[in-house]
Design a protein around this ligand. Sequence first.
Ligand code: URA
Length: 226
Amino acid sequence: MRLDKFLTECGLGSRREVKEILRTGEITVNGIIANNPQMNIKENSDEVFYQEKKLEYKKFRYYILNKKAGYITAVEDNSEQTVMELLPDWVIKKDLVPVGRLDKDTEGLLLLTNDGALNHKLLSPKSHVEKTYYADLEKDILEDDLTKLRNGLDIGGYITMPAKASKVDSNKIHLTIKEGKFHQVKKMLEAVGNKVVFLKRISFGKLNLDNLELGEVKEINSEDII
Ligand code: URA
């Protein structure tokens, strides 16, 4: 692989920007300063360093973010803050997109990747990836409401698939759904005459928040997802 392509895919910048970096002499390949963008390197075995940091080549990257409320799930927006603004500098942003969407006021686990095929697969209606939410509700939840949530209910022309629902406290629940309709959790609670006042996604497939603080990001492997 060409050195400039390697550096671009490691997130150092555009082809033009990495050419500039190469001119500074801050890139070494196997301990020798490399200036030539066209140099051919073995991306999986050559040791490439930038400012004493070893660069690791990965075609696809996967990150989880514990999203804060107040940020919209989009790559860019003219008026709102986006989840991309929560990502620290070390995250490689090239082609990175969120998988699915959390509402602006929802917190919790958001997966981001540049792996378009996996993104597509996870979002496909057939994929049935389990997503678990914690919700604080305006009113106490009844046993009968939990049964309705579990069996599936009409959220405005759509009958939800069977779900898992359990009471955490009188007005707090865990709800696990296998779909991702627009505002689905909020609509399901509305359908039983209640209202979500706080919502947080705590797991997505095999992923969970573990000890990830609010606003924090972690790089993960694709095998950890489903
Ligand atoms: N369901 C909702 O209503 N909102 C979210 O952000 C996610 C699931």
